[in-house]
Design a protein around this ligand. Structure first.
Ligand code: ZN
Length: 323
């Protein structure tokens, strides 16, 4: 055996292995899509390229003595967050779309009732489904849920899903919580960079923490968020959100317990879509035994769902009339 050839061939193999390692280690082209297969080709020149094309696992040219050696290795690439499949939209195509976001989920339980162990993530999912069912029954709107099972979504994914679906209204469902069990009643939040009061600021701090739970660095939002903040000068979206919040208060008051100052404002990450009216509905205090029992009952969920349905119907009837 020619020693020099062996060294050269070994080096070539090492390069192929290195190229494969690069893929395995996650140095993937950012453009790689959900169902893309990335292929690496290692050639005699020692150069390799990663490309978004389908290929076959093919080591047949390994060990060939002459001619250009080409190695192909194909690995399914995990989808980037942005390419997550969109949730199902239900309802008549001609109708406006309401996206309901069940707060928290997966590794993030949200607030927990200290005595019963009732978790916010379970309550919000049941409430979101109840709202979906009632809205679909009314036939006036289409509906999609950001999640319909116990999964974790970062906050930007939540409104991101709604934006990709071109939603006309975004409603994020949550339950409030405080140390003492006394606080009671629902409230609704719309976006403002300045919180309307101290409690609103505390709530925003707590809800915005949802991303930290899975180790997502909020700082990486960078340019994305700053451009969104600039877009927020779009008064129309903020006015439409506030208008819907007032309507929800009007329609909900006869049906369920509300806080006296129902509509409040805070810098809530999940409401930061610049072009889609968005509210965060704190449906009651999971820390309060009476509220918790209401939130965890069929009657309670139905009252919340009917409140939202009435407000949604008036909201879109007004928008149609204004055209
Ligand atoms: Zn929450």
């Amino acid at each position: 055996m020619d020693f020099r050839w062996t060294v050269a061939q070994t080096a070539r193999h090492a390069r192929a292995v290195f190229a494969a390692s690069v893929l395995f280690l996650g140095f993937l082209p950012p453009s790689a899509g959900a169902d893309t297969i990335a292929a690496v080709e290692a050639s005699d020149t020692g150069q390799f390229a990663a490309a978004g094309v389908a290929g076959q696992l093919d080591f047949s040219s390994f060990g060939r003595r002459s001619g250009p050696s080409r190695y192909k290795l194909s690995i399914p690439v995990p989808p980037p967050a942005r390419a997550r499949p969109l949730p199902r939209v239900q309802g008549d195509d001609s109708r406006p779309l309401v996206v309901i976001d069940a707060g928290h989920g997966g590794v993030d339980p949200g607030a927990i009732n200290a005595e019963s162990g009732l978790r916010e993530k379970d309550v919000t999912l049941k409430v979101a489904k109840a709202i979906r069912d009632v809205l679909l029954e009314s036939g006036r709107v289409r509906v999609a849920l950001t999640r319909d099972d116990d999964r974790y979504l970062i906050l930007r994914e939540r409104y991101g899903i709604a934006r990709r679906l071109k939603a006309d209204l975004f409603i994020s469902i949550h339950c409030d919580s405080v140390g003492s069990g006394d606080a009671t009643g629902a409230s609704v939040y719309t976006l403002s960079e300045v919180a309307s009061d101290k409690e609103a600021a505390r709530l925003a701090a707590r809800e915005n923490k949802a991303d930290v739970i899975s180790g997502v660095d909020l700082g990486d939002a960078g340019a994305d968020v700053s451009s969104i903040l600039i877009d927020l000068t779009q008064r129309e979206t903020m006015n439409a959100s506030a208008g819907f919040a007032r309507l929800l208060g009007r329609e909900a008051r006869p049906l369920m317990p509300l806080k006296p100052n129902f509509h409040r404002m805070a810098s809530l990450m999940v409401l930061k879509a610049p072009d889609m009216p968005s509210i965060l509905f704190e449906t009651g205090y999971i820390s309060n035994p009476v509220d918790a029992a209401f939130l965890d009952s069929r009657d309670g969920r139905d009252a919340i769902a009917q409140s939202v349905r009435r407000a949604v119907e008036v909201h879109f009837a007004r928008r149609m009339a204004a055209r």
